[in-house]
Design a protein around this ligand. Structure first.
Ligand code: PRP
Ligand code: ADE
Length: 176
């Protein structure tokens, strides 16, 4: 948890029973509307990663892009989109993962970074961890070194972050 964790948490809205009954949806739009909070969020990530020699921020489609782009800009490194299936035009490699119902796939351009590059993966939220773990496996398979997986919100009761750690990847969350 970051020093701004409680503050960031206070500007994230929980919408009950969306998109389906029983889901407490963590809505980051109030955080994005609040320029001071958004700046503190990006600063939290910059502070953590600025000395870690990150070569690329890989951000997960779509909400991960919102934090990944300003973070890559501030760290002075490249930005790599990890996209949902069928969105990237060049040669891709992909990783399939299991959703609560059915399967999903994330893709990466085969020339997105160089062998051995130090990659930070970012997304807005870890629930089951399936999306983040698929991205981490994809980047590892492509020859990248996953320095850490980072998120704004971890929902630890669902067990996703534990699953990612058990798979050998480090996890950082601003709040939970
Ligand atoms: C959400 C969220 C994460 C993922 C987390 O994305 O932004 O990427 O789900 O869930 P998990 O830990 O169970 O995999 P979503 O697929 O809803 O896409 P969006 O960013 O386009 O809204
Ligand atoms: N993605 C998966 N679970 C979510 C949740 N509870 N809130 C926001 N995004 C999510």
């Amino acid at each position: 948890m970051s020093i701004y964790g409680d503050y960031i948490k206070s500007v994230i809205r929980t919408v009950p029973d969306w998109p389906q009954p029983g889901v407490n949806f963590r809505d980051i739009t109030p955080l994005l509307q609040n320029s001071a909070a958004f700046r503190k969020l990006i600063d939290s990530f910059v502070h953590r990663y600025q000395e870690m020699e990150i070569d690329a921020v890989a951000a997960i489609d779509a909400r991960g892009f919102i934090i990944g782009a300003p973070l890559a800009y501030e760290l002075g490194c490249s930005f790599v989109p990890v996209r949902k299936k069928g969105k990237l035009p060049f040669r891709t490699i992909s990783e399939t993962y299991t959703l609560e119902y059915g399967e999903a796939e994330v893709e990466l351009h085969s020339d997105a970074f160089r062998e051995g590059d130090r990659i930070l993966i970012v997304d807005d939220l870890i629930a089951t961890g399936g999306t983040m773990l698929a991205a981490a496996k994809l980047i590892s398979r492509s020859g990248g070194h996953v320095v850490e997986t980072a998120t704004i919100i971890d929902l630890p009761d669902i067990g996703g972050s534990e699953k990612i750690r058990e798979a050998g990847f480090s996890v950082f969350a601003v709040c939970s």
